[in-house]
Design a protein around this ligand. Structure first.
Ligand code: SF4
Length: 87
C-alpha cells in the first residue's frame, strides 16, 4: 500500500501530499511512496463491497445504487451514502 491510499494522507498537489501524523511531505508515487506501519486504509471505491471488475486502469463497476455505473477505484468514498468497506 502507498501513502496515497492511507486515511492520514493529505493531498497537496499532483505529485505529493503530507502525512497528518508525521507532518512530513510524502510522494504519491515512486521512491518513498510506500506506506509506513501506521497505515490506515482510506475509504475509496476500490475497497467498497459494491465495486467490481476493475480493468487495467482501475475503472470498474459500482453496483451500490439502483443503476450500475462505471467508477474509478481511486475515487474517494468519504461522502458516499452506500460505501461499505470490504475486508
Ligand atoms: S457504492 Fe459508493 S463507494 Fe461504493 S463503489 Fe459505489 S460509488 Fe463507490
Amino acid at each position: 500500500m502507498k501513502h496515497i491510499d492511507c486515511q492520514n494522507y493529505i493531498y497537496l498537489d499532483c505529485e505529493k501530499g503530507m502525512c497528518a501524523l508525521s507532518k512530513t511531505i510524502v510522494p504519491i508515487d515512486g521512491n518513498g511512496s510506500e506506506a509506513c506501519s501506521r497505515f490506515v486504509r482510506a475509504p475509496k471505491c476500490s475497497c467498497c463491497v459494491h465495486f467490481s471488475n476493475p480493468d487495467s486502469h482501475n475503472l470498474g463497476t459500482c453496483s451500490g445504487f439502483e443503476k450500475p455505473d462505471w467508477v474509478y477505484g481511486s475515487c474517494g468514498a468519504e461522502t458516499c451514502e452506500h460505501f461499505k468497506m470490504n475486508k
